[in-house]
Design a protein. Structure first.
Length: 113
């Protein structure tokens, strides 16, 4: 997988961007992750992740229109690039191979906690 390796949070962020298709910007991504994953996301961690993914070439950003609600600042929308789609596909394939390699008896065992 090497070249296209992404971490768990990066994967969640990219999948969320795909879900938001065309309406993915910082706050919408944060809210979607928190709602669907039940996981708190700090703005700083999300912004760092978005910058890292853009630097890797997995995301591209564009500015929307400035609004008075945002003090004249435009929203920064992000979308997944072709390279990012390959990274997601390879990550999914790697995870599926791992799941398929687990002996069935392991997942049939009852959990005790």
């Amino acid at each position: 997988m090497g070249k296209y390796q992404i971490g768990e949070f990066e994967e969640i962020v990219m999948l969320t961007i795909a879900i938001l298709h065309g309406n993915a910007y910082g706050i919408s991504i944060k809210q979607q992750i928190e709602e669907t994953q039940g996981r708190k996301v700090s703005v700083g961690a999300l912004q760092s992740c978005l910058q890292r993914l853009e630097k890797k070439g997995y995301l591209q950003s564009r500015e929307g229109e400035a609004t008075t609600v945002r003090g004249g600042r435009p929203k920064k929308y992000v979308e997944i690039t072709a390279s990012g789609k390959r990274a997601l596909a390879m990550t999914r394939e790697a995870r599926n191979k791992l799941w398929e390699a687990i002996p069935k008896i392991v997942m049939e065992m009852k959990f005790t906690s």
